[in-house]
Design a protein around this ligand. Structure first.
Ligand code: CMP
Length: 140
């Protein structure tokens, strides 16, 4: 996959709160092109595997329960400098520390329930995209 792509999930509380459209608008207005998109319910096993890097962290169990608590919207996004630009658009992990105008500042409810995920590197963007999408589900 090209390095001008990143992966995101709109997380369960944001989908449940009805902010999927507003968050998607911010993503598009931020200059990102949607290359793949799906609404998906993660099992506990899938959520645990996706976040396996955090297995040893004290919040891992809570994170897995939360991410499998309701549907998420997974997307592959394209833009120059996608990974860094998307992390700037979503803001800090903790909404209390997120900059004004960022997605998490507007829509996250807590550090755990923080509205959106964004890949932290080109390598992880590819791994995370492949976790959720087959090649034929990606446009262009
Ligand atoms: P995300 O960017 O998806 O990557 C890991 C997730 O773990 C993070 O967003 C939060 O949802 C969650 N997380 C990170 N730190 C904490 C924390 N201190 N307590 C609870 N959840 C956390």
């Amino acid at each position: 996959m090209a390095t001008n792509r990143t992966f995101t999930m709109i997380k369960p509380e944001a989908v449940a709160n009805g902010t999927t459209g507003k968050i998607t608008d911010m993503i598009i207005e931020g200059g990102f092109k949607i290359k793949a998109m799906k609404l998906k319910q993660l099992s506990k096993e899938e959520a645990g595997e996706f976040y396996a890097v955090h297995k040893e962290r004290p919040f891992y169990g809570e994170l897995v329960d939360y991410m499998s608590s309701g549907p998420i919207v997974a997307m592959i996004l394209e833009k120059d400098n996608a990974v860094a630009d998307f992390r700037a658009l979503i803001g800090a992990t903790d909404p209390a520390e997120a900059a004004e105008g960022t997605i998490r500042k507007k829509y996250a409810t807590s550090k755990a329930e923080n509205a959106v995920h964004g890949s932290d590197s080109d390598e992880n963007a590819e791994i995370e995209s492949n976790f959720h999408f087959d090649a034929e589900e990606v446009v262009g």
